[in-house]
Design a protein around this ligand. Sequence first.
Ligand SMILES: NC(=O)c1ccc[n+]([C@@H]2O[C@H](COP(=O)([O-])OP(=O)(O)OC[C@H]3O[C@@H](n4cnc5c(N)ncnc54)[C@H](OP(=O)(O)O)[C@@H]3O)[C@@H](O)[C@H]2O)c1
Length: 494
Amino acid sequence: MTETLGFCQEMRPESCGFVLFGATGDLAARKILPALYGLCEKKIAPGNFYLVLAARTPQDRPALENRLWNTLTRAGFSPSPEVFSSFLGRLEYLQADYASPAFFGRLAAALTRLDGKFGVKNKRLFYLATPPEAFEGITASLKTAGLLFDPKDCKCWSRVIIEKPYGSSLESAAAVDAGLKQAAPEDQVYRIDHFTGKETVQNLLALRSANAVFDNTWNNRFVDHVQLTVFEELGLEGRAAFFEKLGLARDMMSHILQLAAIISMDLPETFRDTDFKASKRRFFESLRVLSPQEVRTSVVRGQYAGYAAESGVAAGSRTETFLALKLLIDSDRWRGVPFYVRAGKRSGVKRTRLDIVYKKPEQGIFRHIDIGYPNVFSFSIQPEETVSFSLISKHPGPKLCFARRSMGLDYRPEGGEAASYPTDYERLLIDAMSGDQTLFLSSAEMSGMWRFLSPILTAWREDAAGNPLHVYPDGAPGPAAADELITKDGRVWV
Ligand SMILES: NC(=O)c1ccc[n+]([C@@H]2O[C@H](COP(=O)([O-])OP(=O)(O)OC[C@H]3O[C@@H](n4cnc5c(N)ncnc54)[C@H](OP(=O)(O)O)[C@@H]3O)[C@@H](O)[C@H]2O)c1
């Protein structure tokens, strides 16, 4: 058992009803339904809790149960008959017609009935796992049907969860947000980027907050540069229709900037979500927006060689599957420290990782000898969740030789304890049930992301000659141009 010290805070999800719109979709099957089941299996779900699955596709009860079983086994569960049957006992399916007030009337009646049956008092989460085009219509109808409460009026709450990415530009994303806000104020909207639910990402902040040795050196006096890698081994996996419209930059930019924000934001005064969000907002305000000329020199886009032959990809598609870029932060702490980013599909390995690369020695015996970067603080986020710090030490033996060594932090729980810990989606659902917005994205963060991303997309569209699409071999960590992006600054990928 790991010993915990001093500060220890636990989220307690409140009793509530959970309505999942778009329940027949890919996100529901791969992430949300497994997370809801996981919460029940791990006994983390609130005691009084029920689920309404809603979608337009008609489904009778046996078809629903069969589908759920397949969904859970595909997600890696071996559901026990007791837990599965208790899960089924907590859920109902409603065929949706989002254009019809009668449907929302039926939903309201079902929620009142289920509140009574499960001992819940007007506390509801609405997860919009539909395409973003449907968000505004659904929330407006929920409001009209009296299902979005103002917590000031009663001891009740209603929260709306949506998933990034939405919109294709700053303006279209703002329009989605504006539509949502007409029905639900910002403190009732929970925007998910599941990277923030990962243990290592949260540990980044914990390590900084509790160990002054790190945070005090986490600045432009000591750090040479930061590297951020988000590689996927897989390609499209049959999701061409989704990805062709989106491209890697739109798919990944939120993850990239959330990770950059969590490394570089000033530490909040408290762990309260409002303080946390204020710090994160300052990061987005200090992110340097690239000019068209800087996009040419600081951003690389690529496509893996086999992409054109993937089923569902349009002939001559210029959708990028790889992105490398250098981003700069205009804050006293980080001015002059580049953040180099690589993200790609079919990049040979599955790896999400942050490396904080400290400066080389400027004094002492090694000032004239290039030993590379002696100190790299690395956070591996997936597939394994580890933290390590590399340093140069004396090689054992009679000679005075130096060798690179690494200290690892094994903070994952041991043995069976690990299985009882929530996954990223489970953690985020608990937080939403607890009313804690710390790990969710604000509309200001979404705007900040689009202020950064839009000029890149515009430059790619309007200046194709200056921003070529580099083809890279399947399984390679991007095109040669991505290496040049960092080597021309006298640095290398770690
Ligand atoms: N899939 C992912 O891994 C992923 C990752 C990041 C973000 N997201 C976001 O999560 C949401 C859901 O993604 P998804 O991949 O699950 O989408 P999806 O499979 O395309 O759609 C989900 C479900 O929404 C319903 N739907 C489709 N068009 C609709 C419309 N015009 N109005 C209302 N309902 C409609 C469909 O169910 P019925 O026809 O049965 O109603 C469909 O099964 C989207 O906002 C997406 O951007 C998804």
